[in-house]
Ligand binder design. Structure first.
Ligand SMILES: NC(=O)c1ccc[n+]([C@@H]2O[C@H](COP(=O)([O-])OP(=O)(O)OC[C@H]3O[C@@H](n4cnc5c(N)ncnc54)[C@H](OP(=O)(O)O)[C@@H]3O)[C@@H](O)[C@H]2O)c1
Length: 272
């Protein structure tokens, strides 16, 4: 991206940090191109010292002169943030919101601003393995569109969708998904410990098994049922484990969890 381009992050929490570290690691922008705002002084100091970026407690100062401003606050404070920023955003600034549930229409009306990208990233962006689903308002220019792609590609994979409701759906899978996966990882490690492995041993076995299964499916592109059957010997050990999982309604429970997350995302969108 152009070296004179300024980027602002409004809210310097977990996801803002993931994005900033990804952008700097991939050299998409340099530290002097980034300013981040946050109410907490200790957080601002941490961001300054860790990433050599500028920080401020004033959101209107952060957004001044920014070509791209990322809204990275919680949905509960978006309404008051939009009131603060309304009328203070330059016409050619691209607003990129990662706020769960907040629609392009509500952002555009709340900020009285037309160029909006709405994105749903996830925390593996911290290590460049993120998945972001995003959509742009019709007013986003070609250049702003290509900048958005470059920014989101620095975090891992990106998928642009035409229909914005797909972002709410994606929140149930890729946005919140890492939390579901970490719960599964935790449960398998705990079971390993219960059987007598050390925690370190159980963690190595669990993480390599999950990473290997993901890689196997990526490379073979086979249906998961076929790959699962390759593990399941007739009358063997895996079959009884799978029986217990199905008895515990793992399939429908996961489905319910994804749908509940999707529905909650839609409700969060009504907060602002
Ligand atoms: N975490 C995820 O996995 C994830 C994934 C995708 C999208 N998102 C979305 O990303 C957004 C941020 O999530 P997060 O997990 O990064 O939350 P977070 O860690 O709580 O970050 C939000 C930051 O904004 C600060 N803040 C609060 N009020 C502010 C204001 N008026 N102006 C400027 N900054 C303010 C908070 O400070 P205080 O802590 O002092 O209040 C905090 O440092 C949310 O809308 C969420 O839906 C999160």
């Amino acid at each position: 991206m152009r070296s004179d381009l300024q980027m602002a992050f409004i809210g310097s929490g977990v996801m803002a940090e993931a994005m900033i570290s990804g952008l700097l690691a991939k050299k998409v922008v340099t530290a002097d191109q980034i300013i981040a705002s946050d109410p907490l002084e200790s957080r601002r100091l941490y961001m300054q010292q860790t990433y050599s970026i500028r920080t401020t407690s004033h959101n209107t100062e952060a957004i001044q002169g920014a070509a791209i401003a990322v809204l990275s606050v919680k949905p509960q404070v978006l309404g008051s943030l939009m009131q603060t920023l309304r009328g203070k955003i330059a016409l050619d600034t691209l607003i990129m919101s990662i706020v769960a549930g907040a629609s392009i229409t509500s952002l555009s009306q709340g900020l009285n601003h037309a160029s909006i990208v709405r994105a749903m990233p996830n925390t593996p962006a911290q290590v460049g393995m993120g998945m972001t689903v995003w959509s742009a308002s019709p007013e986003v220019t070609e250049v702003q569109h290509s900048y958005s792609k470059i920014i989101l590609q620095a975090l891992g994979e990106e998928m642009e969708v035409l229909h914005e409701y797909e972002i709410d759906r994606a929140t149930g899978i890729s946005g919140a998904g890492p939390a579901f996966v970490f719960l599964l990882i935790e449960a398998i490690i705990d079971a390993g410990v219960q059987m007598g492995f050390t925690r370190d041993q159980a963690q190595i076995l669990t993480l390599q098994t999950i990473a290997g299964s993901v890689e196997l499916m990526r490379r073979t592109n086979e249906h998961p049922t076929k790959l699962r059957n390759q593990v399941t010997s007739p009358g063997g050990a895996t079959a009884v484990g799978l029986y217990e999982l199905e008895k515990g309604r793992i399939r429908t429970t996961i489905c319910d969890a994804v749908f509940a997350t999707f529905e909650r995302t839609q409700k969060l969108g009504k907060l602002s």
